[in-house]
Design a protein around this ligand. Structure first.
Ligand SMILES: Nc1ncnc2c1ncn2[C@@H]1O[C@H](COP(=O)(O)OP(=O)(O)OP(=O)(O)O)[C@@H](O)[C@H]1O
Ligand code: SF4
Ligand SMILES: [Mg+2]
Length: 320
């Protein structure tokens, strides 16, 4: 039987929106709207979608960095949906996050060595063990020992993101959420970081939620991919199946925006109509209806369920 690291069931996360006038009714913004997913141990689960669709909020909910509005969440079989901060403390070191901007995730005045030792100290790793681990990790990420004496401004973005990965691995976590870890880097450095993650994945048996807005990146790295739109998963499958058989009109649009490296390939470009609608007061029908070229009357009235249409391949669209 496949063991699951994380299982979310019908997870909702809403944020209150302050009323602008006394008469205005309080509203809520639904950042995550009923997401269910299971991440098997040792796998990389990709989440892709455009800006504002709720990827980071979902990632933070899975790490319980956010409270959960409704639904349930288990981590290694333990229900952590409503655990308090104190109850979560022993679990925290088993879950880590890698952020998009490596410069913002390090204190600009603190030496790298001190920043890494501080993490070890907070989690009560003995000094010698921490030192051995840090030296070992520096080798794994291909950075010289003198890195520890430098401050972040003396490092490149790519080097610093390597260090952010090493810092996450220092606690030997079971689960990592990588929130767009390459999107702030230039293309050649992106490839280096993705290759490093692929390499470390084998060595450290990593289980990861990998967030990106780029289809090519999730295709390269992930075992399974969920496509999110307005807080909901609209398509999900194993990576190979998904890219062989793009079924949801939104996924097709995302993919058609990817430039082809084959000059002879004629790919019809589908341009998204209009802006991403607001996650406040969502329309009752399909969330993608206002921008979908296939939208019918039914789509405007009835929200499509996410259902399995081919073994392991789920889609939320009336057309499929
Ligand atoms: N703390 C918060 N309070 C209120 N609204 C929030 C909060 N955090 C996120 N949101 C809203 O939730 C929605 C989803 O945001 P989120 O950051 O999860 O999107 P995202 O897919 O990660 O976007 P990006 O690709 O730009 O990082 C957005 O409408 C955002 O404005
Ligand atoms: S349900 Fe209708 S509006 Fe929604 S994606 Fe499918 S065809 Fe488009
Ligand atoms: Mg985000």
């Amino acid at each position: 039987m496949i063991e699951m690291m994380v299982e979310a069931n019908n997870l909702y996360k809403s944020f209150p929106v302050p009323s602008r006038t006394l008469r205005e009714k309080a509203k809520v913004l639904q950042a995550v709207g009923g997401v269910s997913l299971s991440i098997p141990k040792g796998s990389i689960f990709g989440v892709v979608g455009e800006s504002g669709c709720g990827k980071s909020t979902l990632g933070r909910c899975l790490l319980r960095m956010e409270s959960i509005t409704s639904g349930s969440l288990t981590f290694q079989g333990q229900d952590i949906t409503s655990l308090s901060g104190k109850e979560l403390k022993p679990i925290r070191r088993h879950m880590q996050m890698i952020f998009q901007n490596p410069y913002a995730s390090f204190n600009p005045k603190q030496r790298i060595g001190s920043a890494l030792h501080e993490v070890a100290k907070v989690h009560q790793i003995p000094m010698q063990e921490a030192e051995d681990k840090i030296n070992h990790l520096l080798k794994e990420i291909n950075l010289p020992d003198d890195t520890l004496h430098r401050v972040p401004s003396e490092m490149s973005g790519g080097q610093l993101q390597r260090l952010a990965i090493a810092r996450a691995l220092l606690l030997t976590p079971d689960f990592i959420v990588a929130d767009e870890p390459v999107s702030a880097l230039d293309v050649s450095v992106q490839a280096q970081i993705l290759n490093l993650l692929m390499d470390l994945r084998q060595k450290f048996s990593l289980t990861m939620l990998f967030i990106s807005h780029e289809m090519t990146v999730v295709r390269y790295l992930c075992d399974q991919v969920a496509v999110m739109y307005l807080g909901m998963v609209v398509e999900q499958a194993e990576t190979e199946e998904l890219f062989k058989n793009l079924l949801h009109p939104y996924t097709q649009t995302l993919m058609s925006a990817v430039p082809s490296i084959d000059p002879d390939e004629k790919m019809e470009r589908v341009i998204l109509q209009g802006d991403l609608p607001s996650a406040i007061d969502l329309p009752k029908g399909c969330p993608f209806a206002p921008r979908c070229i296939y939208c019918s009357e039914r789509c405007k009235e009835e929200r499509p369920e996410l259902r399995e249409v081919v073994a392991g391949h789920k889609v939320a669209c009336h057309l499929v």
